[in-house]
Design a protein around this ligand. Structure first.
Ligand code: ZN
Length: 88
């Protein structure tokens, strides 16, 4: 059972463009997570929901940066910021 779980966890890091700053980022989200968990060299780690991402991409880069800053404020200390409708 343990072996199976480990095998399922093994996956390639998915490269993608950071939706906030357009740098090369990695999607480190677990399978089945409804959205993206991104690791960006500039923005660090943050989450964004799948539904909100579509809206988010239509925003200006400046607005996206502001949303990430808000998400950081909402996140508890030591927790990963999550960009969602509260940041709009
Ligand atoms: Zn970024």
């Amino acid at each position: 059972m343990m072996m199976l779980l480990l095998a399922n966890k093994k996956k390639k890091a998915k490269q993608m463009q950071c939706p906030v700053c357009s740098n090369q980022a990695v999607d480190i989200g677990p399978k089945g997570f409804d959205g993206k968990v991104l690791r960006c060299p500039q923005c660090k780690d943050y989450e964004i929901s799948a539904t909100f991402l579509l809206k988010f991409l239509a925003w200006s880069r400046e607005d996206r940066g502001v949303a990430l800053a808000k998400a950081r404020q909402f996140a508890a200390a030591g927790c990963r910021p999550s960009i969602d409708i509260r940041c709009a």
